[in-house]
Unconditional design. Structure first.
Length: 256
């Protein structure tokens, strides 16, 4: 599933680029001959190269930012999964007295996995419901009454890891992905439109050229869609953070 706003922006870019190329091709028929001279072509291509360079730089920066966002969210998710496994190990080591805390940990892990990676035909839990499960987990850890230094150390470590889980939850909440201002995207699409108009003015009007314009427009629009999707890795789409760490955590925590 692709985010509708990202898909809309990509379609707009496709229409702008292909439409710009067609406008250039057919506008060339209306221009006087001296406007299509070699000197005019050189000047237009030189100016277009400036816009092409600027557009390439902007797309590269967008890709870098989106990749950083993807890597950051993937790292947070891996840390969350490892903390869940570590906390379960501590509670299992504590003994039967921590069974309630382990049950709350399993419930929270399941809820969090369903929230981050919802099944398409099932409603995903809300963040409030997942947060309530985490609060119950904290309460059950705080209710443990250690009888000796060994159990006291285990509780202290469990509380420290629970605090880390809270922090990771908020990091995933506060770091949803790269947000590109719509005005910036519209300006980028306008640049692409100008580039393709300049290409079309000096291109011959035949089926091969028109097909090439369409395929090139489709390729660039697809790249924009992938960049926008990569920048929002926690949203279900073509490019999403892997659910494998959470799946492994659920398997490990589910052990008796």
């Amino acid at each position: 599933m692709v985010d509708s706003s990202s898909l809309l922006i990509s379609v707009m870019a496709l229409v702008a680029m292909f439409g710009g190329g067609m406008i250039g091709i057919f506008a060339a028929r209306l221009l006087p001959g001296h406007h299509l001279s070699d000197s005019s072509a050189s000047a237009v291509k030189l100016l277009a190269a400036v816009v092409v360079s600027l557009t390439s730089l902007v797309l590269a920066l967008m890709l870098s930012s989106a990749n950083n966002s993807f890597a950051a969210n993937a790292g947070i998710l891996k840390k969350l999964s490892s903390d869940l496994i570590h906390l379960d190990h501590l509670l299992r080591t504590y003994g039967p007295e921590a069974n309630e805390a382990r049950a709350n940990l399993r419930a929270y892990t399941t809820r969090k996995n369903d929230e981050l990676f919802p099944v398409s035909n099932a409603p995903a839990p809300t963040d409030r419901e997942t947060s309530d499960r985490l609060d119950r987990l904290l309460d059950s850890v705080l209710s443990l009454a250690p009888a000796d230094r060994r159990h006291t150390a285990l509780v202290e470590q469990a509380l420290a890891i629970t605090s880390s889980i809270y922090a990771e939850r908020w990091l995933l909440w506060e770091n949803p992905g790269t947000t590109v201002p719509p005005q910036f995207l519209l300006l980028l699409i306008f640049w692409l439109f100008l580039i393709f108009v300049s290409f079309g003015i000096f291109a011959p009007a035949n089926l091969t050229v028109i097909a090439s314009f369409f395929l090139c427009s489709l390729a660039v629009a697809g790249a924009i869609l992938m960049i926008l999707d990569l920048g929002d890795p926690m949203h279900p789409g073509w490019v999403q953070v892997s659910s494998e760490p959470m799946r492994r955590a659920m398997i490990e925590i589910g052990r008796p």
